[in-house]
Design a protein around this ligand. Structure first.
Ligand SMILES: [Zn+2]
Length: 400
């Protein structure tokens, strides 16, 4: 199928941020074959022509971090610091079944598509009573929608109480902490086998699915699990995704567990690299920013969730100045109350404009748009995020 979109204002999001005022796009199969001035449009015939006068054409947005099971508890959890909020969220997951994971992914996916996102990274943790915690049902929902998805299976083999600085725990919390640990953790070897089986079962980029390992967070995994997950990602040539330094408590745990920062620990294990994306990356030591830039790993900024849970403000300007690639996400709907990527773009372009800072250092709109497009594609090795010949244009499934 060959489609022509003509006379649009094209915001290409290529490296030069080229804008074509009256441009055309030709899509042949699932690739773009022409992006340029309407006057030079290649000759047809076309199966479909879209007259896009007075419309803007942007690359499909890329939501680089979310949790699809959270859509069913959207708006239901009060704003609390992550360590408290998470107990309520994880309790909700324990009652969910395969059909709930399907419905939840469908709801979030519909909102993303409606708001311009065509690709999502789903850092999936569901219910351990189900195969792959229910991730297969979420994948089916996203395939049914025609939404491209990278699904990173969340792995964690450390008991919850070892991962946060609890101090003297009130005895009435012990039961809940114990059930959290039981529902979240599993033996290292079992997780790694599961992860391999998960990739075997679902790896099908042509069907829009890229499964990959997603260690929950540095401090929630043993070194064996972290290095095992990184080896799987390397051998399978798939992305590796992890939460990093989302809260001050996590920064403190890093120092307690390893004697240095969480990021330095990842480096000491040889895990930092261009296939790695780090959700949040808020509590980063100033001296770590340069070497994060050299590693080629991507920081994934989630402004709405960070504000909702009072996690802190990621050092986005320092990242951009040092050359750290920054992508953008909504995070789950339980800490955002939506999956709208334009909302994330708006927030990132606003919240870093702080009084007393040099306005030349504020986040520019083109930078915010790059985070939501080409930077996300780069983080996950996808040939997308830019309107240019040869790039992915639309999914095969959405054409049928
Ligand atoms: Zn998250």
């Amino acid at each position: 199928m060959k489609t022509l979109i003509c006379n649009a204002l094209i915001v290409s999001m290529n490296e030069q941020n080229d804008v074509i005022e009256k441009g055309s796009i030709v899509i042949d199969g699932n690739r773009l074959t022409y992006v340029g001035p309407s006057a030079w449009t290649p000759k047809g015939p076309f199966d479909r022509t879209i007259a896009a006068d007075r419309m803007i054409a942007l690359p499909g947005l890329i939501n680089s971090h979310c949790h699809s099971p959270a859509n069913l508890v959207r708006g239901m959890l009060a704003s609390r610091p992550l360590e408290i909020w998470r107990a309520y969220y994880r309790a909700a997951l324990r009652d969910m079944r395969d059909e709930d994971f399907y419905a939840s992914a469908l709801l979030g996916g519909l909102e993303m598509l409606k708001c311009g996102a065509t690709t999502v990274l789903d850092h999936f943790f569901g219910n351990q009573a189900y195969r792959f915690m229910g991730a297969g049902a979420a994948i089916q929902a996203m395939r049914d929608l025609g939404l491209r998805h990278v699904v990173s299976l969340t792995l964690s083999d450390r008991n919850y109480e070892e991962t946060i600085p609890l101090g003297e725990t009130a005895s009435n919390l012990n039961d809940e902490i114990k059930s959290m640990s039981q529902s979240e953790t599993k033996a290292t070897k079992a997780w790694l086998e599961d992860c391999e089986a998960f990739i075997d079962a679902f790896h099908a980029p042509d069907e829009l699915t890229t499964p990959c390992p997603g260690p929950s967070a540095v401090q929630r995994c043993t070194d064996e699990l972290l290095t095992g997950a990184a080896a799987i990602a390397r051998n399978r040539k798939v992305p590796l995704h992890i939460h990093l330094a989302e809260t001050k408590a996590q920064q403190i745990m890093g120092r307690q567990l390893y004697g240095h920062s969480l990021l330095q620990h990842l480096d000491s294990l040889g895990i930092l690299g261009a296939n790695l994306s780090l959700a949040h990356s808020i509590w980063i030591e100033a001296e770590d920013v340069e070497f994060l830039a050299k590693s080629g790993a991507t920081a994934v900024h989630n402004p709405a969730s960070n504000l909702r849970l009072g996690s802190g403000l990621a050092p986005v300007r320092q990242f951009l100045s040092a050359g750290v690639p920054v992508a953008l996400g909504t995070d789950g709907a339980a800490s955002n109350d939506g999956q709208n990527m334009f909302d994330a773009i708006r927030l990132v372009a606003l919240i870093h404009n702080q009084a007393g800072s040099d306005f030349n250092q504020w986040v520019m709109l083109t930078e915010a748009l790059a985070m939501a497009t080409r930077n996300g594609a780069c983080a996950f090795g996808l040939d997308a995020g830019v309107l240019a010949p040869g790039k992915l244009g639309r999914s095969r499934r959405s054409m049928t």
